[in-house]
Design a protein around this ligand. Sequence first.
Ligand SMILES: NC(=O)c1ccc[n+]([C@@H]2O[C@H](COP(=O)([O-])OP(=O)(O)OC[C@H]3O[C@@H](n4cnc5c(N)ncnc54)[C@H](OP(=O)(O)O)[C@@H]3O)[C@@H](O)[C@H]2O)c1
Length: 307
Amino acid sequence: MAIPTRTLGRTGAEVTTLGYGAMELRGPRVASSADAGRILNAALDAGVNLIDTSPDYGVSEALIGEHASHRRGDYFLASKCGCTPGWEHPADWQGPGPHDYSRANIVAAVEQSLTRMRTDYLDLVQVHISPSAETLEREGVVETLRDLQAQGKVRFIGMSGTIPNLAEHIRMGVFDVFQIPYSLIEREHEALIAEAAEAGAGVIIRGGAAKGAAEEDKRRANPVAGNRWDAWERAGLGELAEGMAPMEFILRFTASHPQMTTNIVGTVNPDHLAQNVRAQEAGPLPDDLYQEAKRRLDEAGTAPAGG
Ligand SMILES: NC(=O)c1ccc[n+]([C@@H]2O[C@H](COP(=O)([O-])OP(=O)(O)OC[C@H]3O[C@@H](n4cnc5c(N)ncnc54)[C@H](OP(=O)(O)O)[C@@H]3O)[C@@H](O)[C@H]2O)c1
């Protein structure tokens, strides 16, 4: 068995439907640099061929450089821009760090990503935190990214986009890839994922493992995802998933969106990684099951699926 691949929109890259979300590498859940190296290489050895990270994720980029730069040809490397170079997440800080979309800041952040990840090029740089089209225009963000492309430092440009700005980002027609949140407990962008793909872009899904909310400790650690987990109960998805572990059902539901390209699941646990690979190899849910799950979620009054 192998993890299926899909084409990442007009980049033409064939990427595995399971990517590796490297945000978790930033934090206290990784005991040592050697552990980070083991999980990164286990993902690559299993055939995962896309890694997503960000200057915002503390030591994540440096760990990728240390432990995976020797096999740079094995993965499509995606990072972000707009983040502040050198900024470290204070322990009590909630949410993303400060962002600045000026040319100087974007160029400095991309240079820092290249140095940290010990590479000459990023396959993809995604504008972080979904700024408005007005901000993008005022700061000349697309021109800055095009210049980095012309210098060969960045192959493709993307947007980490969310409501309310994502529809406008798609209309701009300049982004090769969109990174969008989606799972059975977070369906607000379902229609916009289709719009992005129909416009020719690749779609990277984040939060596609429902942020681990199938497990109680993760629901406690992430109350937003924890509150949303109620949708699983109200829609009776446990009964529908009969014979499948909840996480398998969650991942296969995400993979069932016909226009998603890859799901960058974050994990620091090798057993979870192996489970996620198996779920991805099993492929999307049978169509009748996917449609029934969506029908039940709609009926349970969960988040609207419209854009
Ligand atoms: N663009 C943005 O603004 C943005 C924001 C957030 C995230 N991201 C990107 O998206 C990636 C994924 O996002 P995310 O971490 O928020 O959501 P996610 O991938 O849906 O959830 C990750 C959580 O799921 C758990 N998990 C994974 N596989 C599991 C399994 N088989 N069984 C039980 N638990 C499992 C992980 O814990 P364990 O480590 O215990 O497995 C982790 O806590 C990030 O790494 C990052 O690259 C981007």
